[in-house]
Design a protein around this ligand. Structure first.
Ligand code: PLP
Length: 391
């Protein structure tokens, strides 16, 4: 028999308005609008305008890196980076990433060769990479999944020893550090995403960070059609420029970045505290000794212990208007464009993408929301524990 209280729960969701994963973190609206007025006063909308120049300066300072070149989005940023550095033929990438990582290779005729991940870190497993190197391999793209640095030292050593290019997809990792140094300073270059759903946003946008002057010069040309001077084009480029309106948002976001981080961390700590004793639920831990943006609250569901699988929990949460997301599901190697890749079997990636669930975080999520979500999750686990008892 279903109790009255259960019926109520079935008919009215916990949240009247949906709670999304990746709702934008937004800085001070008035300051943003003031900048928008400046753009109209200047009538300089793009092509390296005043705000993009200022944004670039502040990004380089924030990251402590020599160059941080704003671009229109991270996907195009990756494509430009891959071409500027000269990757070709085959490049090693994790499959447990957003599909833009392999797309940025495939889009320019390079085969992404997928490698498995370490189930503890969710990042590239250094022990599994070397076997995938062939005479056609030209590079590695590491991804700092959830903002956690991959095994940078081991990857750097491997790349050096095997004469491969090494770059990082740092789409998740703005505001994060590794061994006391900001992400943005590693590999030949690193690419950030400032998409609206990311920790730090410019509506759409991204940036390429590097300490290599020659590479930076090449990237600047490539993102601007290959123009080296007025009417002078020295190689095929593309249009990867950031607009002034995006930079206005970026500058405004930067002013509030510490508040975003503080809020994310508060939320993340509370989620962990409320969920730590739920059998079969593990909240992925971010390293406490590094700077971190705490944007991702990642659950790993152990179906046997929790007595409910990840997809059922997701559906249950959705029915309450908590729009939790499966990341990255399916792994890229299972997606249609890549099913025929010679990347074979990725056991850990498949297992991980069937047990991971991302919960809403960011400045639009508060303490009450988190307590309600956590107690609902706890109830889901309990309900299934002894199904016969409830009849
Ligand atoms: C979001 C994301 C991208 C793409 O970023 P865009 O700015 O949307 O192009 C690339 N890689 C990863 C890992 C991402 O999460």
């Amino acid at each position: 028999m279903v109790k009255d209280s259960d019926l109520n729960e079935l008919s009215t969701p916990l949240f009247l308005k949906p709670l999304h994963v990746g709702r934008p973190n937004v800085g001070n609206r008035d300051r943003f609008l003031k900048r928008v007025h400046e753009i109209f006063d200047q009538m300089w909308f793009t092509n390296g305008g005043i705000l993009v120049q200022q944004f670039e300066k502040e990004l380089t300072r924030y990251l402590g890196v020599k160059h941080c070149i704003p671009v229109c989005n991270a996907t195009l940023g990756l494509e430009i980076a891959i071409r500027a550095i000269g990757m070709q033929a085959e490049v090693l990438v994790p499959s447990f990433t957003f599909v833009a990582t392999p797309h940025s290779l495939a889009w320019q005729g390079i085969t992404p060769v997928f490698c498995d991940v370490n189930p503890l870190t969710h990042n590239l497993d250094i022990r599994k990479i070397e076997k995938k190197i062939t005479p056609r391999t030209t590079g590695i793209i590491g991804v700092h999944v959830w903002g956690n640095a991959c095994e940078i030292e081991a990857l750097t050593e491997l790349a050096k020893r095997r004469n491969l290019h090494l770059i990082f997809d740092a789409a998740h990792a703005f505001g994060c550090s590794h061994q006391g140094k900001m992400i943005g300073n590693f590999g030949a270059l690193e690419v950030f995403s400032f998409h609206a759903t990311k920790f730090f946003n410019t509506f759409e946008g991204g940036a390429i960070a590097t300490n290599n002057d020659d590479l930076a010069a090449k990237i600047r040309l490539m993102k601007n059609f290959g123009f080296s001077a007025m009417d002078q084009v020295i190689f095929p480029g593309t249009n990867g420029k950031m607009t002034e309106i995006a930079a206005a948002m970026g500058l405004t976001s930067l002013e509030s970045i510490n508040e975003f981080i503080a809020c994310n961390k508060r939320n993340y700590d509370l989620y962990r505290q409320c969920l730590q004793s739920v059998p079969g639920i593990k909240v992925f831990e971010h390293p406490s000794e590094q700077r971190h943006n705490y944007q991702y609250v990642i659950l790993e569901i152990n179906e046997d212990e929790f007595k409910m699988n990840r997809d059922s929990l997701m559906e249950a949460l959705h029915s309450q208007n908590v729009l939790a997301r499966r990341y990255f599901f399916p792994g890229c190697h299972q997606m249609k464009p890549y099913q025929t890749n010679p990347s074979a079997h990725l056991e850990q990636t498949d297992a991980l993408s069937s047990r991971v669930l991302s919960l809403p975080n960011g400045t639009s999520v508060n303490e009450r929301d988190i307590r309600a979500i956590a107690s609902f999750i706890r109830k889901c686990g309990k309900q299934r524990k002894n199904p016969t008892k409830e009849i």
